[in-house]
Design a protein around this ligand. Structure first.
Ligand code: PMP
Length: 378
């Protein structure tokens, strides 16, 4: 077993894993500040049937550490932040908030996170533990109402001296963080992973799949892959039923306005940083909570990966796409690499009913029956 702080590339072979440890220099620190922010940039790419980019190994537990680090550092470079005075205020589904709270704890900025009610208690606890103030907002409030997480953040910013919203929905450093780090890491891992007896490889990223919240992840990674690696890569966006991010809009009609449980993806408005240009995101797939959570269970049971709900959305979206006409052609292509980004881990969702049900209310297995028999007779 390799400690998760080491950037690793895992490959599963007939039931056990070996790890290839990249040079320690690949753990990247923020060099330009007085205090160093050890938000890990490199995360492992693991071999599922396809490839999974595992973001929960990042220091704050999600893909959003990357943008938090970049948005804070760029704001510092522009002279917008003053230690002991600035109050970083951000509307988020929690993970960006955790990344920001980590960076700001080290650098001496106060933090207020506005967080819709549906987001997990675990995220709020992590935020408060890092010293952030958390303001809960009604999940059902429209994005442009004064009660929404965005509306409340704007009100607080207007009234609180030193208040600044780095604004992940509009900040170019959100997609750029992924264009400069996540995307190149994926390309590098795929190029560096040699074919094995079990698995051939085209040597390139043929398909990339992930969900969208702000859209920074999918937009930035798509640009990194298409500009510098494989312009023909097919980028597939995953959007929960009830959200309106998928393109064309007709895809969003089924389940329109429906509430969904999965956190971190989907919105009732299209953020500026999300490119719906088919040149960046070739195709969109809508997914349900049920199929997302079933995919989470698969990733846990069969791959040993303790991923969060939106990872299940991404995987189920990828599987659904692979059953489409275009997807079937890829599925039958020898060596095609389909990379699925897994944004965070289950530690964010331990108290959520969907997870507790999955973990604790599973049907008893034959082994459980046998244990009961043994304990009864001995
Ligand atoms: N999954 C989770 C758990 C997230 O917190 C986020 C961030 N909102 C995403 C997926 C989507 O990332 P992005 O905002 O870059 O689209």
């Amino acid at each position: 077993w390799v400690p998760s702080t080491h950037p690793v590339v895992f490959r599963w072979l007939t039931g056990f894993a070996f790890a290839e440890i990249l040079p320690p220099s690949s753990v990247v620190y923020a060099g330009s500040c007085d205090k160093r922010v050890p938000l890990q940039r490199r995360t492992p790419v693991v071999d599922l049937h396809d490839l999974g980019k595992v973001e929960y190994t990042s220091a704050g537990g999600s893909v959003k550490d990357r943008i938090a680090k970049r948005m804070v550092e760029e704001a510092e470079r522009e002279g917008k932040l003053t230690p002991g005075y600035s109050v970083v205020i951000e509307p988020t589904s929690g993970n960006t908030g955790i990344g920001l709270a980590m960076a700001c704890a080290i650098k001496g900025y106060s933090v207020i996170i506005t967080l819709p009610n549906k987001m997990s208690l675990e995220k709020e606890a992590a935020l408060r533990a890092l010293g952030a103030e958390v303001v809960r907002t009604p999940t059902e409030a429209a994005f442009d109402s004064p009660e929404s997480h965005i509306g409340v953040a704007n009100r607080l910013q207007r009234e609180i001296p030193g208040g600044i919203i780095l604004d992940q929905y509009r900040n170019v450093n959100n997609p750029l963080a992924h264009e400069y780090t996540t995307g190149p890491e994926i390309v590098e891992a795929v190029v560096a992973t040699p074919p094995t007896g079990e698995r051939s490889s085209s040597g390139k990223v043929d398909v990339f799949v992930t969900g969208a919240g702000t859209g920074g992840t999918i937009t930035g990674i798509s640009r990194a892959i298409k500009k510098k690696h494989n312009k023909d890569c097919i980028v597939v966006g995953v959007d929960p039923k009830g959200s309106i991010l998928a393109f064309p809009d007709t895809l969003n009609e089924d389940g329109s306005g429906e509430q969904y449980v999965v956190e971190g993806i989907g919105y009732d408005f299209v953020p500026d940083v999300l490119s719906r240009d088919p040149a960046d995101v070739d195709q969109w797939i809508k997914t349900s909570d049920d199929e997302a959570f079933a995919a989470v269970r698969q990733l846990m049971r069969h791959e040993g990966l303790l991923v969060g709900g939106s990872s299940g959305s991404a995987l189920s979206g990828a599987l659904r796409w692979l059953h489409s006409d275009k997807g079937r052609a890829i599925a039958q292509t020898e060596g095609a690499n389909v990379v699925v980004l897994l944004p965070d881990g289950i530690r964010n969702y331990m108290s959520k009913p969907w997870f507790l049900k999955m973990a604790l209310e599973a049907e008893p297995t034959p082994l459980a029956h046998r244990i009961a028999e043994v304990l009864k007779t001995s």
